[in-house]
Design a protein around this ligand. Sequence first.
Ligand SMILES: [Zn+2]
Length: 127
Amino acid sequence: MNTISPLEQALHAARALVLADLVAGDVAEADVVSLVEDSIVQRRWWVEQWPDGADYVAGLVAQDVQDALLERYGRWPLCPACGSGDPHALDIEPELGPDPHWVCHKAGVKVAAVGDLASATGGAPSS
Ligand SMILES: [Zn+2]
């Protein structure tokens, strides 16, 4: 049996979405990708305990990576919506729920769905 379980599908999708956003922010370096993998390992355990949370995994992984990046690199992703003022990071909303989005609390706007940050920052990188 090679059927992929719904849990694995959710984890796979979460990984792809967060990686897409990292690529959009030009921070998808090898050590950053390993932060995503670390989060996926932890969230696999989490979602095995609570399968109903499968829809929430993408938002959680995005927040895990955001926290890990804050310690090592700084704020990510920087808000593309506000043109002036102090640079600030976007937040995930809902923190624990399906269909997570990046939001700017300063401007009070939804910036992009998780995985679609490239559309808010001027398209995919040229490389
Ligand atoms: Zn903003």
